[in-house]
Design a protein. Structure first.
Lengths: 290, 330
């Protein structure tokens, strides 16, 4: 293959990996936003917290996989705690209340992170088994990024199965469309929403763990990807996992090719894309009309 | 009773005006500048509250109008020889209105999250444009040290006291106009759109057109606030006026002060400034204090501090009327 094609393809793979990380964050945000109707501004902060907890576990045990397994669970537990203590009450006040509350929670989390871990970049080394290059169609490519792409695909499939093929998924979807009726049928709605919120935050934590070895861990992590994930959810359509997946890939490719061809306007390519989509379809690409 | 109230009102206003007139003499330049900042952000937050509190439209990109106001005034003062201060402020307002006029056809079609995010999208676009079109906007450095003419002859650049009086007059006028607007029938229709847009539509009022008018008005006032922000610092930059933080700050101010009441945003700005001042003196973690305040407000003061005031007032009134009834009975 000639060098230009190689460059384009590897650029595309780079974008794909970023898109997959966006999808991991956005999918969690999407189930919280799309199903519970909460504009969760703290999502990116939980994502960052996941990365930090993973760093801590790896620093103490020296094993990446322990961090990979337990950091998202710890993050999800903290998320559920926050939901039970604060968000349950704020839900009665409508969207503005939740928006401000989650903003407050986000800034408390960021402050706590700065207090415990400081503001410097903390490196997190990849596990040895993924620390090499793999040859894909004649192009050598970091194995870890391939692992991230695979992880996102597994998450997508598992979530689709969970939501559309199990009883639990049915209950969750029913609870979204008519909360009171499901409650009247004798299903503990609070438990269902606790599960949904916990699951969403678990995904945020997982995304944090996945991105940590690539970008290192630092307090600006949340700003960098938080808004992008939000844009993905809005563009893809609330509650649509497929929409979030497709838009994540588009955004990943836009960001990697955008830097190459339109470097002046790379930062706004995503918002421009979102603006065009929202003008034509206010509910997002795959959103259902309310 | 009514007559006494009216007289008391007039006296209160006179006291306030006299107090503000002598403020620079009494408290010195540091606190005077703080009042100017307070006035600028009060107009900015109140203009957003016209959208958020009165019409129910949350915007994540109100800073673009603020920034356009600032850039409009700065560019006019820099490039037009001998322009007066009032036309320069007018230029800022017109710039914001022009932007709003371009965006309204899109904005009236959407509500809710789509409205918030579309505003954010265009806000970010303007931010990046301001950074990249450096031949016009000065890029990252922004526009600084532009001449500021006085009302008569002397330049306002070196006399913060005169600037204070000008700012107070214009910004006070803006606040009065916005207050007046909410009392008009048209202002009441906005509240109706917030609560039930369909019903307002059935009643024969034009929902989209009213939304367009309020959007443009809100942009105009935000533009004036931004214009004064630029004049006050004698500098306008993309990070200082068009950034994402500038869009979220007034939302937080409104929520702290109390959404939906006219004085809410002003109260929020005052509390915001007070907290900022105290934080700078006693602690370093602004984020922690701000975060805790936001959580406490949502948990315990859902209608903000103005909600707390009106609740206390209600309780006090209920007690005093209760006492009066008791007296009558005995």
């Amino acid at each position: 293959m000639d060098p230009t094609t190689v460059m384009y393809v590897s650029q595309g793979l780079q974008g794909l990996a970023y898109g997959m990380i966006l999808f991991l964050i956005a999918s969690g945000l999407n189930i919280i936003f799309g199903m519970m109707g909460i504009l969760n501004m703290a999502h990116a902060a939980f994502f960052m917290l996941g990365a930090y907890i993973c760093y801590q576990i790896v620093a103490m045990t020296g094993n990446f996989w322990l961090g990979f397994l337990f950091a998202p669970i710890v993050t999800a537990a903290l998320g559920v705690l926050v939901q039970q203590l604060f968000l349950r009450k704020a839900h009665l006040l409508g969207n503005f209340g939740e928006l401000i509350l989650t903003m407050g929670i986000a800034s408390v989390i960021v402050a706590a992170i700065k207090k415990f871990w400081g503001t410097q970049n903390l490196p997190l080394s990849m596990p040895d088994s993924l620390n090499g290059m793999v040859s894909v169609v004649g192009i050598s490519y970091p194995a870890y990024r391939l692992f991230v792409i695979g992880l996102a695909l597994v998450v997508l499939v598992l979530m689709m199965l969970l939501l559309y093929r199990t009883r639990l998924g049915k209950i969750v979807r029913a609870a979204v469309s008519d909360r009171e009726m499901v409650n009247a049928l004798g299903i503990n709605i609070n438990l269902v929403f606790m599960f949904v919120f916990g699951g969403g935050i678990w995904l945020a934590g997982l995304a944090g763990v996945a991105i940590a070895p690539i970008l290192t861990v630092f307090p600006g992590l949340a700003d960098q990807v938080g808004m992008d994930a939000f844009i993905v959810v809005v563009t893809g359509g609330f509650g649509s996992l497929v929409g979030a997946f497709i838009v994540s890939i588009i955004f990943g490719l836009l960001s990697s090719y955008g830097v190459q061809f339109l470097s002046n306007f790379a930062p706004v390519l995503m918002v421009c894309f979102m603006a065009i989509v929202l003008v034509i379809r206010p509910n997002g690409l795959f959103g259902v009309k309310e | 009773m009514n007559m006494i109230n009216k007289k008391a009102n007039i006296v209160l206003w006179l006291v306030l005006i006299v107090f503000l007139a002598f403020f620079p003499k009494l408290f010195g330049i540091y606190y005077t500048n703080m009042v100017v900042t307070f006035a600028i952000f009060s107009v900015f937050a109140t203009s957003l509250n016209m959208l958020m509190g009165y019409t129910g439209l949350l915007s994540f990109g109100h800073a673009m109008f603020f920034g356009f106001g600032g850039y409009g005034t700065a560019l006019a003062l820099k490039h037009i020889e001998g322009i007066g201060i009032f036309p320069a402020i007018g230029f800022g307002m017109l710039a914001a209105v022009a932007l709003a006029l371009v965006l309204t056809p899109i904005m009236v079609r959407v509500t809710g999250t789509a409205f918030a995010m579309l505003n954010m999208a265009f806000g970010q676009l303007m931010y990046v444009l301001a950074l990249k079109l450096y031949t016009i906007t000065g890029g990252e450095d922004g526009i600084a040290n532009f001449p500021i003419p006085g009302i008569f002859t002397e330049s306002l650049r070196n006399s913060p006291e005169h600037f204070y009086y000008l700012a107070m007059m214009i910004l006070g006028l803006c606040m009065w106009l916005m207050w007046f607007f909410t009392k008009t029938p048209f202002g009441q229709i906005q509240v109706g759109i917030r609560d039930n847009a369909k019903r307002i539509d059935y009643m024969g009022h034009k929902v989209s057109q009213s939304k367009a008018v309020i959007y443009i008005l809100s942009a105009a006032f935000a533009g004036v606030a931004g214009s004064f922000y630029g004049l006050f610092h004698n500098m306008i930059s993309a990070d200082g006026s068009l950034g994402m933080g500038m869009s979220f700050t007034p939302i937080i101010m409104i929520m702290i002060g109390g959404i939906g009441s006219f004085l809410g945003p002003m109260t929020g700005v005052a509390i915001f400034q007070l907290v900022d001042e105290l934080i700078l003196r006693y602690t370093e973690s602004t984020e922690l204090v701000m975060g805790v305040i936001l959580i406490l407000v949502v948990m315990f003061l859902p209608m903000g501090f103005m909600g707390l005031f009106s609740m206390l007032k209600f309780k006090w009134k209920a007690r005093s009327t209760g006492n009066a009834k008791m007296e009558k009975a005995s």
